[in-house]
Structure formats: structure tokens, C-alpha cells
Design a protein around this ligand. Structure first.
Ligand code: PLP
Length: 385
């Protein structure tokens, strides 16, 4: 029987680990074998084969991830987008309708607007802060509601309690991309969400060296998702499973440190005369600060801000910094800066970015585990102009 652990810190180290240890190995060995000897399995899905997501490396991760979010089941995938696309296709089929938050990660936005309609799946966008406006978008064919815990790049926090209530009242599957929060700051199953999705490329792995994803949630929905993944083929390779497994063990210490550092950096930026605006839910000036406080155990390592002087000043500032790496993506141990208009949100038309409040001068920051004092010192010199 799998042991139960109370705290997430202990689960990260011990939940899902093989019992007894494999030949005494303290860390999970890599089973780099495409297939395994036939052992009398009765169904295709039970044959041991990497694409069927059931090797020992997959099984250990599935148990650990489910334990972290106090959910019934979990599945790892080849990328965050594999998790999102496979889960959406497991929940929705031809003729179905989806309600989705209007400010989603660019890849998800493109999947919903460009790929789902070709499969006969329609959608409407909703404002995550206006639950009263959702009902009029509802159709008899609406099957699911999809949101993000914190939106990219403005770090907005939707009314997540209302999402769950609305889903329950209208028999919809509630789905949430929990990548930005990570299971340390928010555990969707505890709030009644049916499915939580992750790009494990970010905080869960934390070392910017693999691409991976996860679907975590209700066992019946996970069953459907694994069948879909078995057909679509987006399974995670055992070596990447091993790296994710190793990276995850330090999730709690990394994310709590990142929460603290980011608050210090956000406060510094907010008080600097060369800074126009800072978006961070940990600041009392953030419009959803109280909501974030009541939902999350930490405000994450993600913030965005604008310096005075527009795009040119933003570029000048970024070039003058010496510590952060100028690169897209997030959630790793190194601090990253990016201008979303040129990276994550380059695919949106300028008018669409403007409508969503994403200025071309906006800088997004993923805070790593360097000393926040060193980052602040570096920013101070870069902001001197
Ligand atoms: N969800 C969010 C919030 C993201 O930021 C990303 C990638 O940046 C993804 C999903 C997609 O993840 P992946 O690149 O691992 O496919």
C-alpha cells in the first residue's frame, strides 16, 4: 500500500517512490527500455511500452504528482502543450463548446482558436473577473470551462471560486492551467477543479533542461486522457521522466524562496521613480491582491512591469542588466527577462495585445534562485538610464 504523507515537502521526496527500493537504489533508476516482456496483460493499454505511459518511471511520477495536488490521479506528457491538447481532446468532441478565459498562454490560445474549430469544437472567451457575464455565453453544447491560475503576462487572478461553482451548477468540466502557481502555491483539486494542467518544463522540473507536461485530477477524466494520449503519442521519454523526478524533489524550497524574492523585487520596482507599473499579486496595489491572498499560499515567482519611456527604455534597461538571461519561458533557477510582445505574445495582433492591456513595452520577469539583493542592485544600475 502506498504510504500517506501529510506535508507537500515530504511528498516531494517520498510519495510515489518504489517500495521496496529497486535493488536498494536511493534515487529512481531510469528504465530506458521501449517495451517490456509480455506478462499476460489483458488489454492493449496495459502492455508495458513507453508510448503507453506505463513504465516504472511514468508510474512513480504519476503517483507523486497526484499526491502533490491531493488529487485522485495524474499523467505525465511530452510537453505542457501535449498535456493541454490531450486533456482538451479527451473532454471535448465534435459539436461541443468550450468557455475559455480571454487572456491565455499564447500556445493554448492558438490551439483553441485555430485548431479546435477544425475539429468541430467551438469556443467563447470569458472575462475571468466577471462571473456575471459567463451565463450568457453558455450553450446546450458547452462541456468545459478553462482558465489559468495566474495569467501571462499580466499576472491577473480570475475569480477561481466562481469558476468551480459555475462548472458545478452547469455540469461542466473545470480545467485550470496551474503552471504559474505550481502545487506549492495552489492545488486545484482542493478547491474543486476537475483537471489541473502543467507545463512541467517550468517550476515542476525547475532547471530549464527538459520539456514536459502533466494532467492531474479526477480518476475518470484521467482514464480518458491516458487513452487519448496513447493514441496521440505525446508520452514522456523515461530519461526526461528521470530528470523531472529529480527536479521536482526541490520544488518546495525553490518556489518558497522564489515567492519571497519576487515580493522583494516587486516592492523595489514599485518604489522606483523610473518604473511606471508593476503587476504582482503580492503587492497591495494589485487589483486581485485580496483574492490572491485568500487562494494562494504564495504569490509566485512571476511578475511583469513597465519602465517609463516605452519600448526603447525597456530594451535599454534589459540590455543594461547583467544578471538575468534575456530569454522566454519561466520557472527555472535562473532569472529570466522577456518582452512578451516579441516572444510569448508575438502571435497576437497588436490591437489584440492592446485590448488585453499588454503594452509593447511590458517586461516579464521569471525570478530565479539568485540572491534578490544582487538582482535589485543590478536593476538599480540598469534603471539609472
Ligand atoms: N502553460 C503555460 C502557462 C505556459 O507558460 C506554457 C509555456 O510557456 C505552456 C503551458 C506550454 O508548455 P510547454 O512549452 O511545456 O509545452
Amino acid at each position: 500500500m502506498t504510504k500517506k504523507y501529510l506535508s507537500i515537502d515530504t511528498k516531494l521526496i517520498h510519495a510515489g517512490e518504489p517500495e521496496p527500493r529497486i535493488l536498494g537504489a536511493v534515487s529512481m533508476p531510469i528504465f530506458q527500455s521501449a517495451m517490456f516482456e509480455y506478462g499476460g496483460e489483458k488489454s492493449y493499454d496495459d502492455l508495458k511500452y513507453i508510448r503507453l505511459n506505463n513504465t516504472p518511471n511514468h508510474a512513480a511520477l504519476h503517483a507523486k504528482l497526484a499526491a502533490l495536488e491531493n488529487a485522485e490521479a495524474a499523467l505525465v506528457t511530452a510537453s505542457g502543450m501535449a498535456a493541454i491538447s490531450t486533456a482538451l481532446l479527451a473532454v471535448l468532441s465534435q459539436g461541443d463548446h468550450l468557455l475559455a478565459q480571454d487572456c491565455l498562454y499564447g500556445g493554448t490560445h492558438d490551439l483553441i482558436t485555430k485548431d479546435l474549430p477544425g475539429l468541430g469544437i467551438s469556443f467563447d472567451f470569458i472575462d475571468g473577473n466577471a462571473p456575471g457575464s459567463w451565463e450568457k455565453k453558455l450553450k446546450p453544447s458547452t462541456k468545459a470551462i478553462y482558465v489559468e491560475t495566474m495569467t501571462n503576462p499580466l499576472i491577473q487572478v480570475a475569480d477561481l471560486r466562481a469558476v468551480v461553482e459555475f462548472a458545478k451548477a452547469h455540469h461542466l468540466v473545470s480545467m485550470i492551467d496551474n503552471t504559474f502557481a505550481s502545487p506549492i502555491n495552489f492545488r486545484p483539486a482542493e478547491w474543486g477543479f476537475d483537471l489541473s494542467l502543467h507545463s512541467c518544463t517550468k517550476y515542476l522540473n525547475g532547471h530549464s533542461d527538459i520539456v514536459a507536461g502533466a494532467v492531474i485530477g479526477k480518476a475518470d477524466l484521467l482514464e480518458k486522457t491516458v487513452h487519448k494520449l496513447n493514441h496521440l503519442g505525446g508520452s514522456l521519454d523515461p530519461h526526461a521522466c528521470f530528470l523531472l523526478h529529480r527536479g521536482m524533489k526541490t520544488l518546495a524550497v525553490r518556489v518558497r524562496y522564489q515567492n519571497e524574492s519576487t515580493l522583494k523585487i516587486a516592492r523595489f520596482l514599485e518604489s522606483h521613480p523610473a518604473v511606471l507599473k508593476v503587476n504582482y499579486p503580492g503587492l497591495t496595489s494589485h487589483p486581485a491582491h485580496e483574492r490572491a491572498r485568500s487562494l494562494f499560499e504564495g504569490f509566485s515567482g512571476m511578475l511583469s512591469f513597465e519602465v517609463k519611456g516605452g519600448v526603447e527604455a525597456a530594451e535599454r534597461f534589459m540590455k543594461k542588466t547583467t544578471l538575468p538571461v534575456i530569454a522566454p519561458s519561466l520557472g527555472g533557477i535562473e532569472t529570466l527577462l522577456t518582452r512578451p510582445a516579441t516572444t510569448s505574445h508575438a502571435g497576437l495582433a497588436p490591437e489584440e495585445r492592446q485590448r488585453l492591456g499588454i503594452s509593447d513595452a511590458l517586461i516579464r520577469m521569471s525570478v530565479g534562485i539568485e540572491s534578490p539583493e544582487d538582482i535589485i542592485e543590478d536593476f538599480e544600475q540598469a534603471l539609472r538610464g
